[in-house]
Write a protein that binds this ligand. Structure first.
Ligand SMILES: [Zn+2]
Length: 456
């Protein structure tokens, strides 16, 4: 086994491999009602792990899937501080996983942790059981040595993969606060170059429909004179589509521009042209590749997710009077759900032809999140990673939506959102995997984070 970051992987392999195997063996698929007991078992596993480390923890049932809430107090006398003065670090992670299918594409059993070459395989090894384990294990190790320098509060859930909001509701109602939060549910674009995601995009999801008459008509008799709903809907939607790579101004209100450090970090990431090519995607316009990270993480974006109207399969000379579409808007960090949802509806109403009845329904929404990169907790976090890995994390923005980030930010809790998954970790896909050496490395980084955050 090679020596990486000074860690003798071979020597420590057994200890974590067996523990993580136990957790991965539980098929906690939150999307599958038949797996509800397994989801609960995975929650119980984490609670038991925290209790075995000397903490308190309980599995709290909710209307959907359970939360895991626990506290592991700082070791007595650590850093000569009295308990009240020791910072509290909140750890979030999720113990549920994506369904493993299609099973035939897995090269080993999805719920049996297996090492092949430099990778360990198993559903949840990267998203998120393996990563949550790094933080829990580090806290437990420090506590066992009597050296845990912070109070660690576990606030974890088991429904992240199904978009559950129990943890967000819990955090909103929990007035204890925390001095910092750590979430390892992300990754790095390039091996060995860690990233902190300081922003996440929000989401407004709309169902848009247009009605232009009582019933579909003969296009020979009425075509040219009667309003066509498909035409009306495309006209309505074109009012909110981007032009030259930018959304209409009313949908750009509130954008928090990226800092110089963030802009500089983009140059270190995989070039946009490569990101598009790897996905088999074609750029929207000649500047899209060059502006990849601006557009996918710092600007809002809108996608028509699907559209139906008339007779797109059978040849029918029909003049359709009803058409509908799903439309999602990713909000840039800094933007407000309400402002953008209202502006989008207004733009569409203004574009609707006279006589078209437009209905806009909001199916779901989630705020964007923005962690101040100069927050002391973030700076200490950067130092901790640099100390453990020899590389300072890049500050990046995530194009995705993660409602827990704004929930923590709203409570004034600076959040370190990072992790060890790689683009080739096959998250949500068959053969999910993590570099084996990243487990001991992640545990070491976590230890260093707890030590570092004690200085808050
Ligand atoms: Zn996850």
């Amino acid at each position: 086994m090679p020596l990486c970051w000074g860690i003798d992987f071979g020597a420590v392999a057994e200890a974590w491999f067996d523990e993580l195997s136990e957790l991965l063996r539980i098929p906690s698929v939150s999307a599958d009602p038949a797996r509800a007991r397994d989801v609960n078992d995975a929650a119980e596993w984490l609670a038991a792990f925290v209790r075995a480390a000397g903490g308190t923890a309980e599995v709290v049932q909710t209307e959907t899937h359970p939360l895991i809430l626990g506290d592991l107090h700082a070791s007595n006398g650590s850093r000569d501080q009295t308990p009240g003065q020791v910072p509290t670090v909140l750890v979030y992670g999720h113990v549920d996983v994506q369904p493993p299918d299609p099973l035939e594409l897995w090269e080993s059993d999805p719920f049996t942790l297996e090492q092949r070459g430099e990778w360990i395989y198993g559903r949840g090894v990267a998203d998120d059981k393996g990563q949550l384990y790094m933080l829990a294990k580090a806290a437990a190790d420090l506590a066992a040595a009597g050296e845990l320098p912070v109070n660690v509060r576990f606030a974890c859930d088991s429904e992240e993969e199904t978009g559950g909001h129990q943890i967000v509701d819990f955090l909103a109602a929990d007035d204890r606060g925390a001095d910092a939060a750590i979430i390892f549910d992300a990754g790095m674009t390039r091996r060995g170059v860690p990233e902190f995601a300081v922003a996440t995009r929000g989401l407004v999801y709309l169902h848009v429909s247009a009605r232009t008459g009582e019933r579909d008509l003969h296009s020979g008799i009425y075509g040219g004179a009667a309003l066509n709903a498909v035409h009306a809907l495309t006209q309505i939607l074109s009012a909110v589509l981007p032009r030259e790579g930018r959304m209409p101004e009313p949908l750009r209100v509130g954008i928090a521009p990226p800092t110089e450090e963030e802009r500089a970090a983009w140059a270190e990431l995989v070039p946009g042209a490569e990101m598009l090519a790897q996905a088999g995607a074609r750029p929207t316009d000649p500047v899209a590749a060059e502006e990849f990270y601006v557009r996918t993480t710092a600007e809002p974006a809108l996608d028509v997710n699907g559209i139906v109207g008339g007779s797109p399969i059978l040849q029918k000379t029909v003049l359709p009077v009803f058409a509908e579409a799903n439309v999602s808007i990713r909000l840039a960090p800094g933007q407000e759900v309400e402002t953008i949802a209202v502006a989008a509806e207004q733009l569409m109403r203004e574009a609707a032809p006279a006589g078209a009845e437009l209905e806009v329904r909001r199916l779901s929404a989630a705020p964007a999140g923005l962690v101040p990169p100069d927050a002391p907790a973030l700076q200490l976090g950067l130092e901790a990673f640099e100390q453990a890995m020899g590389t300072r994390p890049l500050l990046v923005r995530s194009g995705g939506t993660l409602p827990i980030v704004p929930a923590l930010v709203d409570k004034g809790i600076p959040t370190i959102l990072s992790g060890f998954a790689l683009p080739e970790s096959n998250i949500h896909s068959p053969n999910e995997r993590l570099l084996a050496e990243y487990i001991p490395l992640g545990i070491e980084v976590s230890r260093e984070l707890f030590r570092s955050l004690a200085r808050l």
